[in-house]
Design a protein. Structure first.
Length: 399
Protein backbone atom coordinates (compact mmCIF):
# COMPACT_ATOMS: atom_id res chain seq x y z
CA UNK A 1 0.00 0.00 0.00
CA UNK A 2 1.39 3.38 -1.01
CA UNK A 3 1.29 6.27 1.45
CA UNK A 4 1.09 9.82 0.15
CA UNK A 5 4.11 11.79 1.35
CA UNK A 6 3.51 15.31 2.68
CA UNK A 7 6.60 15.86 4.87
CA UNK A 8 8.58 17.41 2.00
CA UNK A 9 6.13 19.78 0.32
CA UNK A 10 4.10 20.60 3.43
CA UNK A 11 6.78 20.38 6.10
CA UNK A 12 5.05 23.09 8.14
CA UNK A 13 2.10 20.81 9.00
CA UNK A 14 1.94 19.71 12.64
CA UNK A 15 -1.38 17.86 12.47
CA UNK A 16 -3.31 16.02 9.79
CA UNK A 17 -6.50 14.03 9.36
CA UNK A 18 -5.55 10.62 7.98
CA UNK A 19 -7.07 7.23 7.36
CA UNK A 20 -5.63 4.06 8.88
CA UNK A 21 -5.53 1.59 6.02
CA UNK A 22 -4.13 -1.38 7.92
CA UNK A 23 -2.65 -2.48 11.23
CA UNK A 24 0.38 -4.69 10.64
CA UNK A 25 3.81 -5.28 12.19
CA UNK A 26 7.27 -3.88 11.51
CA UNK A 27 10.22 -5.68 13.08
CA UNK A 28 7.73 -7.49 15.35
CA UNK A 29 6.27 -4.18 16.54
CA UNK A 30 2.70 -2.98 15.96
CA UNK A 31 2.65 -0.59 13.00
CA UNK A 32 0.02 1.37 11.07
CA UNK A 33 -0.21 1.97 7.34
CA UNK A 34 -1.79 5.36 6.59
CA UNK A 35 -3.18 6.87 3.40
CA UNK A 36 -0.91 9.92 3.88
CA UNK A 37 1.64 11.13 6.40
CA UNK A 38 3.55 14.16 7.69
CA UNK A 39 6.02 11.98 9.64
CA UNK A 40 9.44 11.47 8.07
CA UNK A 41 10.65 7.82 8.03
CA UNK A 42 14.24 7.04 8.97
CA UNK A 43 16.52 7.59 5.99
CA UNK A 44 19.20 9.75 4.44
CA UNK A 45 21.14 9.56 7.69
CA UNK A 46 18.31 11.22 9.61
CA UNK A 47 16.36 9.44 12.39
CA UNK A 48 12.62 9.03 12.04
CA UNK A 49 10.07 11.56 13.21
CA UNK A 50 8.00 10.76 16.28
CA UNK A 51 4.46 11.86 17.02
CA UNK A 52 1.00 10.65 17.98
CA UNK A 53 -1.98 9.09 16.26
CA UNK A 54 -5.18 9.52 18.22
CA UNK A 55 -2.86 10.36 21.17
CA UNK A 56 -1.09 6.97 20.89
CA UNK A 57 2.69 7.57 20.63
CA UNK A 58 4.33 6.89 17.26
CA UNK A 59 7.81 5.74 18.28
CA UNK A 60 9.32 4.98 14.86
CA UNK A 61 8.60 5.40 11.15
CA UNK A 62 10.12 3.05 8.57
CA UNK A 63 10.03 2.79 4.77
CA UNK A 64 9.59 -0.69 3.25
CA UNK A 65 9.17 -0.64 -0.53
CA UNK A 66 6.22 1.64 -1.24
CA UNK A 67 4.84 1.26 2.27
CA UNK A 68 5.54 3.53 5.23
CA UNK A 69 5.05 1.88 8.61
CA UNK A 70 4.14 4.04 11.61
CA UNK A 71 5.32 2.00 14.59
CA UNK A 72 3.18 2.66 17.67
CA UNK A 73 3.70 1.96 21.34
CA UNK A 74 0.35 0.17 21.59
CA UNK A 75 -2.27 -0.59 18.94
CA UNK A 76 -5.01 -1.87 21.25
CA UNK A 77 -7.06 1.33 20.95
CA UNK A 78 -6.55 1.77 17.20
CA UNK A 79 -8.58 0.46 14.30
CA UNK A 80 -8.78 1.04 10.52
CA UNK A 81 -10.56 4.24 9.63
CA UNK A 82 -10.26 8.01 10.30
CA UNK A 83 -7.57 9.21 12.72
CA UNK A 84 -5.67 12.33 13.74
CA UNK A 85 -1.90 12.34 13.17
CA UNK A 86 0.33 14.77 15.09
CA UNK A 87 4.03 15.56 14.65
CA UNK A 88 6.55 15.93 17.46
CA UNK A 89 7.73 19.30 16.18
CA UNK A 90 10.53 19.68 18.72
CA UNK A 91 12.17 16.44 17.58
CA UNK A 92 11.70 17.32 13.89
CA UNK A 93 13.28 20.77 14.38
CA UNK A 94 16.17 19.31 16.36
CA UNK A 95 17.17 16.68 13.82
CA UNK A 96 16.56 19.03 10.86
CA UNK A 97 18.96 21.42 12.58
CA UNK A 98 21.60 18.73 13.17
CA UNK A 99 21.26 17.46 9.58
CA UNK A 100 21.50 20.90 7.97
CA UNK A 101 24.54 21.63 10.14
CA UNK A 102 26.16 18.39 9.01
CA UNK A 103 25.89 19.48 5.37
CA UNK A 104 27.47 22.82 6.20
CA UNK A 105 30.19 21.29 8.38
CA UNK A 106 31.14 18.61 5.84
CA UNK A 107 31.26 21.13 2.99
CA UNK A 108 33.43 23.50 5.02
CA UNK A 109 35.87 20.76 6.08
CA UNK A 110 36.19 19.65 2.46
CA UNK A 111 36.94 23.21 1.34
CA UNK A 112 39.43 23.93 4.12
CA UNK A 113 41.26 20.59 4.33
CA UNK A 114 40.34 18.56 1.26
CA UNK A 115 38.99 15.81 3.51
CA UNK A 116 35.66 14.34 2.34
CA UNK A 117 33.04 13.10 4.80
CA UNK A 118 32.75 9.32 4.48
CA UNK A 119 29.89 8.72 6.92
CA UNK A 120 27.79 10.50 9.49
CA UNK A 121 25.57 9.68 12.44
CA UNK A 122 22.93 11.89 14.04
CA UNK A 123 22.43 10.88 17.66
CA UNK A 124 19.96 11.88 20.32
CA UNK A 125 22.63 13.92 22.11
CA UNK A 126 25.79 14.09 19.98
CA UNK A 127 26.45 13.75 16.25
CA UNK A 128 29.54 12.46 14.46
CA UNK A 129 31.08 12.60 11.01
CA UNK A 130 33.99 10.48 9.79
CA UNK A 131 36.35 12.56 7.63
CA UNK A 132 38.94 10.95 5.37
CA UNK A 133 41.89 12.89 6.72
CA UNK A 134 44.74 11.67 8.94
CA UNK A 135 44.90 14.47 11.49
CA UNK A 136 43.03 17.55 12.67
CA UNK A 137 44.70 19.68 15.33
CA UNK A 138 42.79 21.59 18.04
CA UNK A 139 43.61 24.76 16.10
CA UNK A 140 42.08 23.22 12.96
CA UNK A 141 38.89 22.39 14.85
CA UNK A 142 38.58 25.95 16.18
CA UNK A 143 39.07 27.39 12.70
CA UNK A 144 36.49 25.00 11.24
CA UNK A 145 34.02 25.85 14.01
CA UNK A 146 34.48 29.59 13.51
CA UNK A 147 34.15 29.26 9.74
CA UNK A 148 30.88 27.31 9.97
CA UNK A 149 29.42 29.72 12.51
CA UNK A 150 30.23 32.60 10.17
CA UNK A 151 28.32 30.81 7.40
CA UNK A 152 25.41 30.30 9.78
CA UNK A 153 25.30 34.04 10.45
CA UNK A 154 25.37 34.73 6.69
CA UNK A 155 21.95 33.03 6.62
CA UNK A 156 22.30 31.22 3.29
CA UNK A 157 19.08 29.83 1.85
CA UNK A 158 18.58 26.07 1.72
CA UNK A 159 17.20 25.05 -1.69
CA UNK A 160 15.95 21.62 -2.76
CA UNK A 161 16.28 20.56 -6.41
CA UNK A 162 14.32 17.63 -7.84
CA UNK A 163 16.01 15.60 -10.57
CA UNK A 164 14.10 15.17 -12.82
CA UNK A 165 12.93 17.64 -13.99
CA UNK A 166 16.31 19.22 -13.20
CA UNK A 167 19.51 17.60 -14.43
CA UNK A 168 21.64 16.15 -11.61
CA UNK A 169 24.77 16.42 -13.78
CA UNK A 170 24.42 20.21 -13.84
CA UNK A 171 25.29 20.47 -10.13
CA UNK A 172 28.82 20.29 -8.62
CA UNK A 173 27.86 17.56 -6.16
CA UNK A 174 30.00 17.11 -3.05
CA UNK A 175 29.40 13.35 -3.07
CA UNK A 176 28.29 10.76 -5.58
CA UNK A 177 24.51 10.29 -5.73
CA UNK A 178 22.97 6.86 -5.04
CA UNK A 179 22.36 4.75 -8.11
CA UNK A 180 18.94 3.62 -9.30
CA UNK A 181 16.97 6.52 -7.82
CA UNK A 182 14.02 7.54 -10.00
CA UNK A 183 13.78 10.90 -8.21
CA UNK A 184 16.92 12.47 -6.80
CA UNK A 185 16.73 15.26 -4.24
CA UNK A 186 19.70 17.61 -4.26
CA UNK A 187 20.05 19.96 -1.30
CA UNK A 188 21.82 23.24 -2.07
CA UNK A 189 23.20 25.70 0.46
CA UNK A 190 22.84 28.77 -1.79
CA UNK A 191 25.80 28.09 -4.08
CA UNK A 192 28.08 26.93 -1.25
CA UNK A 193 27.27 23.22 -1.23
CA UNK A 194 25.33 20.72 -3.32
CA UNK A 195 24.61 17.31 -1.89
CA UNK A 196 22.17 14.50 -2.82
CA UNK A 197 20.08 13.91 0.29
CA UNK A 198 16.61 12.62 1.13
CA UNK A 199 16.52 14.14 4.60
CA UNK A 200 14.58 17.13 5.91
CA UNK A 201 16.44 20.41 6.32
CA UNK A 202 15.93 23.94 7.56
CA UNK A 203 14.97 26.82 5.27
CA UNK A 204 18.22 28.72 5.85
CA UNK A 205 21.51 28.40 7.72
CA UNK A 206 20.54 31.20 10.08
CA UNK A 207 17.91 28.95 11.64
CA UNK A 208 20.70 26.70 12.94
CA UNK A 209 21.71 29.30 15.50
CA UNK A 210 25.17 28.00 16.34
CA UNK A 211 27.53 25.03 16.00
CA UNK A 212 29.87 23.54 18.60
CA UNK A 213 32.60 21.11 17.55
CA UNK A 214 33.12 18.96 20.64
CA UNK A 215 36.31 17.22 19.56
CA UNK A 216 37.92 14.76 17.20
CA UNK A 217 39.61 11.38 17.51
CA UNK A 218 41.34 8.95 15.18
CA UNK A 219 39.01 6.27 13.81
CA UNK A 220 39.96 3.62 11.24
CA UNK A 221 42.65 5.82 9.71
CA UNK A 222 40.31 8.81 9.57
CA UNK A 223 39.18 11.52 11.97
CA UNK A 224 35.81 11.27 13.72
CA UNK A 225 34.41 14.67 14.69
CA UNK A 226 31.69 15.12 17.30
CA UNK A 227 29.40 18.12 17.08
CA UNK A 228 26.09 19.59 18.19
CA UNK A 229 24.05 22.50 16.89
CA UNK A 230 21.11 24.71 17.69
CA UNK A 231 19.30 24.26 20.99
CA UNK A 232 21.59 21.36 21.89
CA UNK A 233 24.46 23.84 22.28
CA UNK A 234 22.38 25.78 24.80
CA UNK A 235 21.52 22.57 26.63
CA UNK A 236 25.15 21.49 26.87
CA UNK A 237 26.17 24.98 28.01
CA UNK A 238 23.64 24.80 30.83
CA UNK A 239 24.94 21.41 31.93
CA UNK A 240 28.53 22.70 31.90
CA UNK A 241 27.50 25.87 33.72
CA UNK A 242 25.86 23.86 36.50
CA UNK A 243 28.83 21.49 36.73
CA UNK A 244 31.32 24.35 36.78
CA UNK A 245 29.28 26.17 39.41
CA UNK A 246 29.18 23.10 41.65
CA UNK A 247 32.91 22.49 41.20
CA UNK A 248 33.68 26.15 41.87
CA UNK A 249 31.68 26.00 45.09
CA UNK A 250 33.32 22.75 46.24
CA UNK A 251 36.87 23.89 45.48
CA UNK A 252 36.20 27.46 46.71
CA UNK A 253 37.73 29.08 43.63
CA UNK A 254 36.29 31.28 40.86
CA UNK A 255 35.17 29.42 37.75
CA UNK A 256 37.97 30.88 35.63
CA UNK A 257 40.49 29.28 38.02
CA UNK A 258 38.93 25.81 37.95
CA UNK A 259 41.51 24.30 35.58
CA UNK A 260 44.38 25.31 37.85
CA UNK A 261 42.52 24.19 40.98
CA UNK A 262 41.66 20.78 39.49
CA UNK A 263 45.28 20.28 38.36
CA UNK A 264 46.51 21.10 41.86
CA UNK A 265 43.97 18.75 43.41
CA UNK A 266 44.93 15.95 41.02
CA UNK A 267 48.60 16.41 41.94
CA UNK A 268 47.81 16.27 45.65
CA UNK A 269 45.70 13.15 45.21
CA UNK A 270 48.46 11.49 43.21
CA UNK A 271 50.95 12.16 46.00
CA UNK A 272 48.47 10.86 48.59
CA UNK A 273 47.86 7.73 46.52
CA UNK A 274 51.59 7.02 46.42
CA UNK A 275 51.90 7.60 50.15
CA UNK A 276 48.88 5.38 50.80
CA UNK A 277 50.38 2.61 48.70
CA UNK A 278 53.62 2.79 50.68
CA UNK A 279 51.66 2.56 53.95
CA UNK A 280 49.63 -0.38 52.65
CA UNK A 281 52.81 -2.22 51.67
CA UNK A 282 54.30 -1.59 55.11
CA UNK A 283 51.15 -2.82 56.83
CA UNK A 284 51.10 -5.90 54.61
CA UNK A 285 54.73 -6.63 55.54
CA UNK A 286 53.95 -6.28 59.25
CA UNK A 287 50.92 -8.53 58.91
CA UNK A 288 52.96 -11.05 56.93
CA UNK A 289 55.61 -11.13 59.64
CA UNK A 290 52.96 -11.83 62.27
CA UNK A 291 51.43 -14.59 60.14
CA UNK A 292 54.86 -16.15 59.67
CA UNK A 293 55.41 -16.29 63.44
CA UNK A 294 52.14 -18.17 63.82
CA UNK A 295 52.59 -20.57 60.87
CA UNK A 296 56.33 -21.14 60.67
CA UNK A 297 55.99 -24.92 60.89
CA UNK A 298 53.12 -25.26 58.42
CA UNK A 299 53.96 -26.30 54.82
CA UNK A 300 51.01 -24.20 53.59
CA UNK A 301 50.14 -20.78 54.97
CA UNK A 302 46.39 -20.39 54.51
CA UNK A 303 44.75 -17.02 55.13
CA UNK A 304 41.07 -16.38 54.28
CA UNK A 305 40.01 -12.72 54.56
CA UNK A 306 36.31 -12.23 55.25
CA UNK A 307 36.27 -8.45 54.76
CA UNK A 308 38.99 -7.64 52.22
CA UNK A 309 39.26 -7.39 48.46
CA UNK A 310 41.44 -9.78 46.50
CA UNK A 311 43.93 -6.99 45.84
CA UNK A 312 44.33 -6.49 49.59
CA UNK A 313 44.63 -10.22 50.18
CA UNK A 314 47.27 -10.53 47.47
CA UNK A 315 49.24 -7.68 48.98
CA UNK A 316 49.70 -9.81 52.11
CA UNK A 317 50.37 -12.88 49.97
CA UNK A 318 53.08 -11.10 48.00
CA UNK A 319 54.72 -9.91 51.21
CA UNK A 320 54.76 -13.51 52.50
CA UNK A 321 56.13 -14.75 49.18
CA UNK A 322 59.20 -12.53 49.64
CA UNK A 323 59.91 -13.82 53.15
CA UNK A 324 59.36 -17.59 53.07
CA UNK A 325 59.68 -20.75 50.99
CA UNK A 326 56.36 -21.99 52.36
CA UNK A 327 53.38 -22.33 50.04
CA UNK A 328 50.83 -19.54 50.49
CA UNK A 329 47.08 -19.46 49.99
CA UNK A 330 45.12 -16.22 50.32
CA UNK A 331 41.40 -15.77 49.67
CA UNK A 332 38.84 -12.97 49.55
CA UNK A 333 35.36 -13.96 50.73
CA UNK A 334 33.62 -10.80 49.41
CA UNK A 335 35.00 -11.38 45.89
CA UNK A 336 34.90 -15.22 46.06
CA UNK A 337 38.48 -15.47 44.84
CA UNK A 338 41.57 -17.34 46.00
CA UNK A 339 45.22 -17.58 44.98
CA UNK A 340 48.14 -19.90 45.63
CA UNK A 341 51.67 -18.48 45.63
CA UNK A 342 55.20 -19.66 46.25
CA UNK A 343 58.66 -18.16 46.20
CA UNK A 344 60.23 -21.46 45.24
CA UNK A 345 61.68 -21.87 41.76
CA UNK A 346 61.49 -25.69 41.86
CA UNK A 347 57.71 -25.79 42.35
CA UNK A 348 54.87 -25.83 39.82
CA UNK A 349 51.44 -24.95 41.18
CA UNK A 350 49.57 -25.50 37.93
CA UNK A 351 48.72 -29.24 38.14
CA UNK A 352 47.47 -29.12 41.72
CA UNK A 353 45.54 -25.88 41.19
CA UNK A 354 43.81 -27.20 38.08
CA UNK A 355 42.68 -30.33 39.92
CA UNK A 356 41.51 -28.27 42.93
CA UNK A 357 39.52 -25.92 40.68
CA UNK A 358 37.88 -28.83 38.88
CA UNK A 359 36.92 -30.41 42.19
CA UNK A 360 35.45 -27.19 43.60
CA UNK A 361 33.74 -25.88 40.44
CA UNK A 362 36.00 -22.85 40.12
CA UNK A 363 37.70 -21.25 37.13
CA UNK A 364 41.06 -19.59 36.85
CA UNK A 365 44.60 -19.71 35.59
CA UNK A 366 48.19 -18.78 36.28
CA UNK A 367 51.78 -19.95 36.17
CA UNK A 368 54.19 -22.12 38.16
CA UNK A 369 54.49 -19.72 41.14
CA UNK A 370 51.11 -17.96 41.07
CA UNK A 371 47.63 -19.30 40.35
CA UNK A 372 44.28 -17.61 40.96
CA UNK A 373 40.72 -18.93 40.91
CA UNK A 374 37.20 -17.49 40.99
CA UNK A 375 34.12 -19.17 42.44
CA UNK A 376 30.36 -18.81 42.16
CA UNK A 377 29.57 -19.46 45.81
CA UNK A 378 31.08 -19.41 49.29
CA UNK A 379 30.72 -23.18 49.42
CA UNK A 380 32.86 -23.60 46.27
CA UNK A 381 35.50 -21.28 47.70
CA UNK A 382 35.54 -23.24 50.96
CA UNK A 383 35.98 -26.53 49.06
CA UNK A 384 38.97 -25.07 47.21
CA UNK A 385 40.60 -23.82 50.42
CA UNK A 386 39.96 -27.08 52.29
CA UNK A 387 41.23 -29.09 49.35
CA UNK A 388 44.46 -27.11 49.27
CA UNK A 389 44.97 -27.32 53.03
CA UNK A 390 44.67 -31.11 52.90
CA UNK A 391 46.49 -31.74 49.63
CA UNK A 392 49.48 -34.05 49.83
CA UNK A 393 51.44 -31.99 47.29
CA UNK A 394 52.32 -29.35 49.85
CA UNK A 395 53.42 -31.87 52.49
CA UNK A 396 55.49 -33.88 50.00
CA UNK A 397 57.27 -30.78 48.75
CA UNK A 398 57.91 -29.33 52.20
CA UNK A 399 61.42 -28.06 52.85
Amino acid sequence: METKILYYDQSWLDELDVSVLAIETCDNRPALVLDKTILYPEGGGQPADHGWINDVPVVDVQFAGETIYHVVADDSSLAPGPARLKLDRRRRTDFSTQHTTQHLLSATILRLTGGPTVSMHLGDRFNTIDVDISVLSPEDLLFIEDSVNELIRENFKIITHLCPPEDANSFPLRKKPPEGEQLLRIVEIDGYDYSPCAGIHLASTGQIGTLAVLGAEKYKGMMRLSFIAGQRVVGEYRLLREAAGAASHSLKVPQDELARAVANLAEKLSIQDKQMLILKERLASLEAAQILEETRKSPLISKVFSDRSMDEALRVGRALQKETDQFILVASVPELKAALLTGRTDADLRPVCKSLLEASGGTGGGGPTYYQGSFSSREDLNRFVEGAENHEYFNQNRR
